[in-house]
Structure formats: structure tokens, C-alpha cells
Design a protein around this ligand. Sequence first.
Ligand code: GDP
Ligand code: CA
Length: 319
Amino acid sequence: MTPRVTLLAGGVGGAKLAEGLAAVCSPERLSIIGNVADDQEFHGLWVSPDIDTLTYSLANLIDRRQGWGLADESHRVLAGLERLGCDTWMSLGDRDMATHIFRTQLRHQGVRPSAIAQRIAESLGVDIDLLLPTDDPLQTTVKTEQGWLAFQEYFVRERCRPEVLEVRFEGAATARPTSEALAAIETAEVLLIAPSNPVVSIAPILAVPGIRRAIETSRATRVAVSPLIGGRTVKGPADRMLTAMGYPCSNLGVAESYAGLLDGLVIDASDRDDRTALEAEGVTVLTTDTLMTDAEEKARLAGETLAFAGALRREEVEA
Ligand code: GDP
Ligand code: CA
């Protein structure tokens, strides 16, 4: 029987490992806690990019070429909004818009955001628990030379070009964790952190009061998969952001950003030279190919990561 696995995940990198795990775990033994701090309102609709990326990927509806959004999309609504003078830098497809309309409608009815996320996932055929860390407002804002920007303004409108000076998670001080997320952490035998952006995808989940503590005190074996390959991100600003936050831009920086939360780290074979320094910090390392470009590679990396966690667990039991 596969162990009970809980994955902390952001968007594109997170969804790749989520799909791999879905291929090798029984669905009732896998839970995913997604990031909601990228959420933002557009055209009166509540958009939740990382949760949608996870949902669409697991439902096999994702646009495989870009890694986000629905496959086979059109953008007629967006063109209409543009004609009306709206800002349309956030590319929202017509079919994708249905998700945002539905989510917004239920939010107005007072349905809990987590219940909405689960309902959307179920409706699209996802049989895995997709959990939110909190139902309360939590929003990443990024300080740049242009001042403070909402995360999507920095990420999509400015294409991550401005230098990041500071990152804040608005609402984190008062956000309450969902009971489902806490339970998924407490009952996990293996707790995984996806190869997601540590600074803006995983850190906001950890910033929800109670979540970090639950991971620290969990009896699960805790393993992260690094988002760096050859010391760089596959895509996106995680490497530059690690530097901006004062961490080394390497797997050591990834491990440092997860200090106190990791038993093991999976790194790419191209970064094998990082192993000695990581092990000196008390992090056991698995070196393998971590680039996931197809379903087979996702399942293989998920399988190897679980086997690595299993071996760490046995070592612990024997020690
Ligand atoms: P976002 O919310 O869409 O930005 O996605 P995440 O935060 O979940 O993931 C972004 C990170 O995924 C980037 O830092 C990438 O380097 C990493 N990433 C993307 N694809 C892969 C992959 O195939 N393997 C590994 N190891 N990392 C990946
Ligand atoms: Ca994201």
C-alpha cells in the first residue's frame, strides 16, 4: 500500500509533481495543499491561478504547451472586455472564465473557498483532495522600484522584470488554517514540497499560522523536490527571488528557505556538487533527473521521491 502523502504545491512546477503522484498513489491517500496567495480579482471575478493550474492539470484539461490555462481555448470574452476599455494583460480564456464565474458566484453565496475549490475539482473529474491552506484572504505583494505590486501585476503584467526588493503576504497574521489542511499534514506519512517557487508559492502556505508548526511537529518524513536545475529555475523568477531574500541561489538556498522542515531534498543530477554541502547541513540528498517534460517523467520522479522518503523513514525507525 502506498503511504499517506500530502503535497504542498504552487502552480506549474507543483502541478507537474502532483500529476506524477496521482499516477503512483491511490487517490484516497493523496492530498494536495495549494497556494492561494496569487489570487486576484479581475473583471469582478475571483481568479485563483495556482489552484486552477493544479485542478486543470490533474483533470488533464491543461494547456500542455504553456503549462497553465485550459487546452483548446478562445479569448472572445477578453477581446470584448478590451473593446470596453478594460485592462486585459491577465490572459483569461473563455472556458476558463466559467471557472471564475462559478467560483465568484459561490463566494458571494458565502460558500467556503476550500469547499468551492473541492467542488470545481470534483466537477472536472479530479478524485484527489485539493485543499486550501486558509479560507481567509492572503495575498502576496512584491516591492519593486515601482513600489508595491500585487503578485499578478509583478508576475504577469510586468513579466517578473522588476527587481524584487521585498515580499509580503498580506493577511498572513490573521489568516486561520483550514482544518482540512492541518489534518492532511497531521495524518501524512510522507510530506512533500513540490518543485515550486519557495519564496512566493510555498512560503505563503507556510505563513498561514499553524501550518509551519504542524509540519515541524509532524511525524511524517519530509522531502522537498528542488525547483532548480543546473542552479537555475526551469522557468520563472525563483532563483532571483532566493537571492533577493538573502538566500544563496542554489539548492543550499532552497534548503535554507525550508530550514527545520526537511529530512531530505531531491536535486537534479546536474547539481550533484551541492550534495556535500547539503549533507553537512543535515539534509539527506537524492540526486536524479528532475526535469519533468512528460507523464512518464512525472510518474518516475514521483515514484523515486516516495521511495527515497520510504528509505529515510526506515533509517529513522532503525536509528
Ligand atoms: P507557478 O506558481 O506557476 O509559478 O509555479 P510553481 O511555483 O509551482 O513552480 C515554479 C517553479 O517550478 C520554477 O521555479 C521552476 O524552476 C520549477 N519547475 C518547473 N518545471 C520543473 C521541472 O520539470 N522540474 C523541476 N525540478 N522544477 C521545475
Ligand atoms: Ca503561482
